[in-house]
Write a protein of this length. Structure first.
Length: 258
Protein backbone atom coordinates (compact mmCIF):
# COMPACT_ATOMS: atom_id res chain seq x y z
CA UNK A 1 0.00 0.00 0.00
CA UNK A 2 1.39 3.39 -0.95
CA UNK A 3 0.74 6.60 0.96
CA UNK A 4 -1.56 7.78 -1.80
CA UNK A 5 -3.83 4.82 -1.09
CA UNK A 6 -4.52 5.87 2.51
CA UNK A 7 -7.31 8.45 2.28
CA UNK A 8 -8.21 10.82 5.08
CA UNK A 9 -10.33 9.04 7.67
CA UNK A 10 -8.92 5.58 6.97
CA UNK A 11 -6.68 3.46 9.21
CA UNK A 12 -3.09 4.47 8.53
CA UNK A 13 -1.06 2.97 11.39
CA UNK A 14 -1.15 0.61 14.36
CA UNK A 15 0.99 0.35 17.45
CA UNK A 16 1.28 -1.81 20.51
CA UNK A 17 1.48 -0.45 24.04
CA UNK A 18 3.30 -3.22 25.85
CA UNK A 19 4.58 -3.83 29.36
CA UNK A 20 7.44 -5.95 27.96
CA UNK A 21 8.86 -4.70 24.63
CA UNK A 22 11.59 -7.35 24.57
CA UNK A 23 9.09 -10.17 24.92
CA UNK A 24 6.78 -8.56 22.35
CA UNK A 25 9.59 -8.19 19.84
CA UNK A 26 10.59 -11.83 20.25
CA UNK A 27 6.97 -12.98 19.87
CA UNK A 28 6.07 -10.98 16.77
CA UNK A 29 9.39 -11.74 15.09
CA UNK A 30 8.77 -15.48 15.48
CA UNK A 31 5.12 -15.16 14.42
CA UNK A 32 5.28 -12.62 11.58
CA UNK A 33 8.97 -12.32 10.68
CA UNK A 34 9.32 -8.71 11.84
CA UNK A 35 12.56 -6.75 12.23
CA UNK A 36 12.91 -3.53 14.23
CA UNK A 37 14.49 -0.11 14.56
CA UNK A 38 14.51 1.66 17.94
CA UNK A 39 14.00 5.41 17.97
CA UNK A 40 16.07 7.88 19.98
CA UNK A 41 15.04 7.80 23.63
CA UNK A 42 15.14 11.55 24.17
CA UNK A 43 13.23 12.48 20.99
CA UNK A 44 10.91 9.51 20.48
CA UNK A 45 10.85 7.79 23.87
CA UNK A 46 12.49 4.68 22.45
CA UNK A 47 9.55 4.05 20.08
CA UNK A 48 10.16 0.83 18.13
CA UNK A 49 9.32 0.62 14.44
CA UNK A 50 8.49 -2.87 13.15
CA UNK A 51 9.23 -3.89 9.56
CA UNK A 52 8.20 -6.76 7.34
CA UNK A 53 10.61 -7.35 4.47
CA UNK A 54 12.03 -3.87 4.98
CA UNK A 55 8.67 -2.06 4.96
CA UNK A 56 7.17 -0.48 8.06
CA UNK A 57 4.06 -2.23 9.39
CA UNK A 58 3.60 -1.26 13.06
CA UNK A 59 5.05 0.39 16.15
CA UNK A 60 5.77 -0.87 19.67
CA UNK A 61 6.06 1.25 22.79
CA UNK A 62 6.89 0.59 26.42
CA UNK A 63 3.93 1.39 28.67
CA UNK A 64 4.81 3.90 31.38
CA UNK A 65 4.20 3.84 35.10
CA UNK A 66 1.28 6.17 34.41
CA UNK A 67 -0.29 3.29 32.47
CA UNK A 68 -0.25 0.94 35.48
CA UNK A 69 -3.49 -0.98 35.59
CA UNK A 70 -4.15 -0.56 31.87
CA UNK A 71 -3.93 -3.71 29.75
CA UNK A 72 -1.41 -4.11 26.95
CA UNK A 73 -3.23 -3.30 23.72
CA UNK A 74 -3.03 -2.58 20.02
CA UNK A 75 -4.20 0.86 18.86
CA UNK A 76 -5.51 1.81 15.42
CA UNK A 77 -4.78 5.31 14.08
CA UNK A 78 -6.92 7.12 11.50
CA UNK A 79 -5.40 9.56 9.05
CA UNK A 80 -6.58 13.18 9.20
CA UNK A 81 -5.62 16.29 7.24
CA UNK A 82 -6.03 18.74 10.16
CA UNK A 83 -5.66 17.16 13.57
CA UNK A 84 -6.71 20.23 15.56
CA UNK A 85 -9.92 20.61 13.59
CA UNK A 86 -10.61 16.86 13.85
CA UNK A 87 -10.16 16.78 17.63
CA UNK A 88 -12.39 19.84 18.01
CA UNK A 89 -15.07 18.20 15.85
CA UNK A 90 -14.73 14.93 17.76
CA UNK A 91 -15.15 16.69 21.10
CA UNK A 92 -18.24 18.48 19.81
CA UNK A 93 -19.59 15.10 18.66
CA UNK A 94 -19.25 13.53 22.10
CA UNK A 95 -15.71 12.13 22.12
CA UNK A 96 -13.32 12.27 25.06
CA UNK A 97 -9.79 13.56 24.44
CA UNK A 98 -7.33 11.20 26.11
CA UNK A 99 -4.31 12.93 24.57
CA UNK A 100 -4.57 16.33 22.87
CA UNK A 101 -2.76 16.91 19.58
CA UNK A 102 1.00 16.78 19.98
CA UNK A 103 3.91 17.12 17.59
CA UNK A 104 6.11 14.10 16.98
CA UNK A 105 9.33 15.75 15.74
CA UNK A 106 9.75 15.41 11.97
CA UNK A 107 7.13 12.63 11.84
CA UNK A 108 3.66 14.21 12.19
CA UNK A 109 1.05 14.97 14.82
CA UNK A 110 -0.90 12.54 16.99
CA UNK A 111 -3.86 12.55 19.38
CA UNK A 112 -5.87 9.91 21.22
CA UNK A 113 -9.65 9.95 21.52
CA UNK A 114 -12.39 7.93 23.17
CA UNK A 115 -15.32 7.71 20.75
CA UNK A 116 -18.97 7.99 21.92
CA UNK A 117 -19.15 4.20 22.30
CA UNK A 118 -16.11 4.16 24.58
CA UNK A 119 -13.50 2.84 22.14
CA UNK A 120 -10.01 4.32 22.13
CA UNK A 121 -8.77 5.43 18.71
CA UNK A 122 -5.63 7.21 17.56
CA UNK A 123 -5.52 10.17 15.18
CA UNK A 124 -2.51 10.89 12.95
CA UNK A 125 -1.67 13.87 10.73
CA UNK A 126 1.04 12.96 8.24
CA UNK A 127 4.48 14.51 8.40
CA UNK A 128 7.60 12.49 7.68
CA UNK A 129 5.77 9.35 8.76
CA UNK A 130 3.07 8.54 6.22
CA UNK A 131 1.58 5.36 7.59
CA UNK A 132 1.91 1.75 6.55
CA UNK A 133 4.52 0.91 3.93
CA UNK A 134 3.06 -2.61 3.74
CA UNK A 135 -0.55 -3.64 4.30
CA UNK A 136 -2.67 -6.65 3.39
CA UNK A 137 0.39 -8.86 2.90
CA UNK A 138 1.55 -11.74 5.10
CA UNK A 139 2.91 -10.43 8.38
CA UNK A 140 1.16 -7.06 8.12
CA UNK A 141 -2.24 -5.75 9.16
CA UNK A 142 -5.00 -6.44 6.64
CA UNK A 143 -8.21 -5.28 8.37
CA UNK A 144 -9.31 -2.88 11.10
CA UNK A 145 -12.60 -3.34 12.94
CA UNK A 146 -14.42 -1.44 15.66
CA UNK A 147 -16.52 -3.51 18.05
CA UNK A 148 -18.91 -0.95 19.50
CA UNK A 149 -21.43 -1.21 22.31
CA UNK A 150 -23.12 1.90 20.88
CA UNK A 151 -23.29 1.03 17.21
CA UNK A 152 -25.65 3.77 15.93
CA UNK A 153 -23.66 6.49 17.70
CA UNK A 154 -20.34 5.04 16.51
CA UNK A 155 -21.40 4.92 12.86
CA UNK A 156 -22.62 8.53 12.98
CA UNK A 157 -19.47 9.67 14.78
CA UNK A 158 -17.07 8.27 12.19
CA UNK A 159 -19.22 9.61 9.37
CA UNK A 160 -19.44 13.09 10.88
CA UNK A 161 -15.94 13.50 12.30
CA UNK A 162 -13.77 11.45 9.92
CA UNK A 163 -15.85 11.82 6.77
CA UNK A 164 -16.52 8.12 6.35
CA UNK A 165 -18.50 7.17 3.27
CA UNK A 166 -20.22 4.16 4.81
CA UNK A 167 -21.92 1.08 3.40
CA UNK A 168 -24.26 -1.14 5.41
CA UNK A 169 -23.07 -4.73 4.96
CA UNK A 170 -25.61 -6.31 7.31
CA UNK A 171 -28.60 -5.05 9.26
CA UNK A 172 -30.44 -7.86 11.01
CA UNK A 173 -31.40 -8.20 14.68
CA UNK A 174 -28.50 -10.62 15.15
CA UNK A 175 -25.81 -8.92 13.04
CA UNK A 176 -25.29 -5.25 12.23
CA UNK A 177 -22.15 -4.25 10.35
CA UNK A 178 -21.10 -1.09 8.49
CA UNK A 179 -17.95 -0.55 6.44
CA UNK A 180 -15.82 2.41 5.40
CA UNK A 181 -16.20 2.06 1.65
CA UNK A 182 -17.98 -0.79 -0.03
CA UNK A 183 -17.25 -4.42 -0.93
CA UNK A 184 -13.68 -5.21 -1.92
CA UNK A 185 -12.76 -1.52 -1.61
CA UNK A 186 -13.74 -1.33 2.08
CA UNK A 187 -10.99 -0.13 4.44
CA UNK A 188 -12.48 -0.76 7.90
CA UNK A 189 -15.62 -1.99 9.63
CA UNK A 190 -17.90 -1.21 12.57
CA UNK A 191 -19.72 -4.09 14.25
CA UNK A 192 -22.62 -3.89 16.67
CA UNK A 193 -21.03 -5.61 19.65
CA UNK A 194 -23.60 -4.69 22.32
CA UNK A 195 -24.40 -8.38 22.79
CA UNK A 196 -20.90 -9.68 22.03
CA UNK A 197 -18.58 -7.97 24.51
CA UNK A 198 -18.65 -8.81 28.22
CA UNK A 199 -19.83 -6.04 30.52
CA UNK A 200 -16.30 -5.35 31.78
CA UNK A 201 -14.81 -5.10 28.27
CA UNK A 202 -15.21 -1.68 26.62
CA UNK A 203 -15.82 -1.03 22.95
CA UNK A 204 -12.54 -1.47 21.11
CA UNK A 205 -10.74 -1.36 17.79
CA UNK A 206 -9.38 -4.76 16.72
CA UNK A 207 -6.45 -5.38 14.37
CA UNK A 208 -6.30 -8.32 11.96
CA UNK A 209 -2.95 -9.56 10.65
CA UNK A 210 -2.64 -11.53 7.42
CA UNK A 211 -1.07 -15.00 7.50
CA UNK A 212 -0.75 -17.69 4.88
CA UNK A 213 -1.88 -20.49 7.23
CA UNK A 214 -4.07 -19.64 10.22
CA UNK A 215 -3.80 -23.04 11.90
CA UNK A 216 -0.01 -23.08 11.62
CA UNK A 217 0.17 -19.50 12.93
CA UNK A 218 -2.02 -20.41 15.91
CA UNK A 219 0.23 -23.36 16.71
CA UNK A 220 3.31 -21.15 16.51
CA UNK A 221 1.69 -18.46 18.67
CA UNK A 222 0.72 -21.02 21.32
CA UNK A 223 4.29 -22.33 21.44
CA UNK A 224 5.44 -18.75 22.10
CA UNK A 225 3.08 -18.14 25.02
CA UNK A 226 -0.03 -16.80 23.31
CA UNK A 227 -3.59 -17.66 24.32
CA UNK A 228 -6.41 -18.50 21.92
CA UNK A 229 -9.55 -16.47 22.63
CA UNK A 230 -11.34 -17.30 19.36
CA UNK A 231 -10.56 -20.71 17.84
CA UNK A 232 -9.74 -20.85 14.14
CA UNK A 233 -12.85 -20.94 11.97
CA UNK A 234 -13.74 -20.43 8.33
CA UNK A 235 -15.60 -17.23 7.42
CA UNK A 236 -16.65 -15.75 4.07
CA UNK A 237 -13.56 -13.54 4.31
CA UNK A 238 -11.00 -16.20 5.19
CA UNK A 239 -9.93 -18.42 8.07
CA UNK A 240 -9.94 -16.36 11.26
CA UNK A 241 -8.63 -16.78 14.81
CA UNK A 242 -8.35 -14.49 17.83
CA UNK A 243 -5.35 -14.47 20.17
CA UNK A 244 -3.70 -12.61 22.98
CA UNK A 245 0.07 -12.23 22.94
CA UNK A 246 2.20 -13.32 25.93
CA UNK A 247 1.44 -10.11 27.88
CA UNK A 248 -2.27 -10.06 27.06
CA UNK A 249 -2.62 -7.77 24.03
CA UNK A 250 -5.46 -8.99 21.83
CA UNK A 251 -5.21 -9.34 18.03
CA UNK A 252 -6.64 -11.46 15.24
CA UNK A 253 -5.11 -13.34 12.34
CA UNK A 254 -6.71 -13.99 8.98
CA UNK A 255 -5.80 -16.35 6.16
CA UNK A 256 -7.41 -14.94 3.00
CA UNK A 257 -9.70 -17.21 0.97
CA UNK A 258 -7.96 -19.33 -1.62
Amino acid sequence: MSTEQIPAGAPCWIDLMTSDPAKAREFYTALFGWSYEVGDQETYGGYIMAFKDGKSVAGLMQSSQDDAGYPDMWTTYLRVEDIDATVAAATAAGAVTYMPPMDVPEQGKMAMLGDPGGASVGVWEFGGHTGFQAHAVNGAANWHELWSKNYPAAVKFYEDVFGWNTSVMADTPDFKYTTLGEGQEALAGIMDAANELPEQVPSNWQVYFQVDDTDAAVATALSLGATVIQPAADTPFGRLAGLTDPTGAMFKIMQPPA
